[in-house]
Design a protein around this ligand. Structure first.
Ligand code: CA
Length: 412
């Protein structure tokens, strides 16, 4: 495992800092009334890459002056690495660049982060075995928990790019068509079982047409974000058969503001769990393609204190994002730069490792204790924060927080 690469930005060398020099995440920020500017984070600062390119300190064809990372991603992997190496040499301890770069460092606390990329399309998968088993047991009984295709196909559905929002954006409780088990007919009203899903989002950085191998798919992924797939369970329970979720998942999907690149995550690759049945050749991976990323979710009620309600790890997934992307293209489906692939809810085996309230409260029947109360599902005013990091020796690759507050139903 690699060690900390020291930087002349001193807080970057703190073991608890999310953004050491090893990380160099890709984000976009606004300050006062400026437009969005591409940036990276180092320590407790953002480095304004828009300004660096404007001044000719770095040159990437103007792609870093666009306010989103899509154009830069289109340049391809060798340019992705060139930027990383350039930033590393300029920010490394002992580099003689302090005078040149310092005017373009802005404290993180003085900026507002915006969407780091334009989401082309959004697909969400269902690739966590513990989650699929838990949900299947609740919806269909223990015998039919895993659908017969589950161990063969990374199951997914096409979501909505239009409702993907950046961390900090509040989310309104959705309205929808509801029909409880005792109801004879459905009615339209506010979702009563509003929930979260703890996921990782893979950002596709290269366009493709035609089938991709798992290895090619791995190379086409630019990086990862934390993702909260807000889910209205009561809308979902009524609508989901036979085509899967629709309006239950369409109100919002929150992502963390930094894309953590696959280069930063490289030292943390881990293999997928043991396969129960062999995968078809087009889905087999040539090496470890999951990552060891510790994850947690905090819930803070309105005017209350935070309780960490779950802790788990991305390595619990049965399918990697590379396998999901390869499967996504198996019919010849073209992929675009900026496509976002949700991993599926990440749950571990333990009771406190579940990635949704549906599982944590076992269908709402066993509310969990939080500071000053209990929760089966989310209440108006609740704020959720997703956090994640890969642990190195003396440093961590942090994702930054993915925050969202639940607001009451939006009035007309
Ligand atoms: Ca999901």
């Amino acid at each position: 495992m690699t060690d900390l690469i020291p930087s002349w930005v001193s807080y970057a060398n703190d073991p608890q800092c999310d953004f050491p020099l090893n990380n160099l995440p890709c984000g976009a920020f606004v300050q006062a009334d400026s437009t969005s500017r591409c940036c990276t984070a180092i320590g407790d600062q953002v480095l304004d890459l828009h300004a660096l390119e404007e001044r000719g300190i770095i040159t990437f064809g103007g792609t870093l002056r666009t306010g989103a990372w899509n154009a830069f991603m289109a340049l391809g992997q060798s340019e992705w690495l060139r930027l990383r190496h350039q930033l590393m040499s300029m920010l490394r301890e002992g580099a003689d660049t302090g005078d040149q770069l310092s005017p373009h460092l802005v404290p993180l606390e003085n900026v507002r982060m915006t969407m780091p990329f334009e989401v082309a399309e959004y697909t969400d998968f269902y690739a966590g075995r513990h989650h699929a088993t838990n949900v299947g047991t609740m919806f269909r009984g223990a015998e039919n928990a895993l659908p017969s295709n589950w161990l063969h196909i990374p199951i997914g559905y096409n979501g909505r790019a239009s409702s993907v929002v950046v961390s900090g954006t509040p989310v309104h409780r959705p309205m929808g068509q509801l029909k409880g088990p005792q109801d004879e007919v459905p009615h339209f009203g506010p979702a009563q079982r509003f929930d979260m899903e703890l996921e990782m989002g893979a950002v596709v950085g290269q366009a493709s047409s035609g089938r991709l191998s798992v290895d090619q798919a791995f190379k086409n992924i630019f990086g990862y974000v934390l993702l909260n797939d807000w889910s209205a369970r009561d809308i979902q329970g009524w609508e989901y058969q036979p085509l899967g979720p629709f309006q239950s998942k369409a109100s919002a999907t929150s992502i963390s503001p930094w894309i953590i690149t696959t280069s930063a995550l490289e030292p943390f690759r881990v293999p997928a769990p043991e396969r129960e049945v062999p995968l078809l050749p087009y889905l087999r991976e040539s090496g470890p393609m999951l990552y060891d990323i510790a994850l947690e979710v905090g819930l803070t009620p309105q005017d209350g204190r935070e309780t960490v309600i779950t802790r788990t790890n991305y390595r619990e997934m049965y399918y990697s994002s590379a396998q999901q992307l390869a499967h996504h293209t198996s019919s010849g489906c073209p992929m675009r730069i900026g496509d976002l692939l949700g991993s599926g809810t990440i749950s571990g085996a333990g009771k406190n490792e579940r990635g949704s309230l549906l599982e944590l409260s076992w269908g709402g029947n066993e509310p969990i204790a939080i500071e000053g109360g209990a929760r089966a599902f989310l209440q108006d005013g609740d704020t959720l924060v997703l956090r994640g990091h890969a642990q190195g020796r003396g440093f961590r690759i942090g994702f930054g927080a993915c925050v969202g507050q639940v607001l009451p139903v939006q009035q007309d």
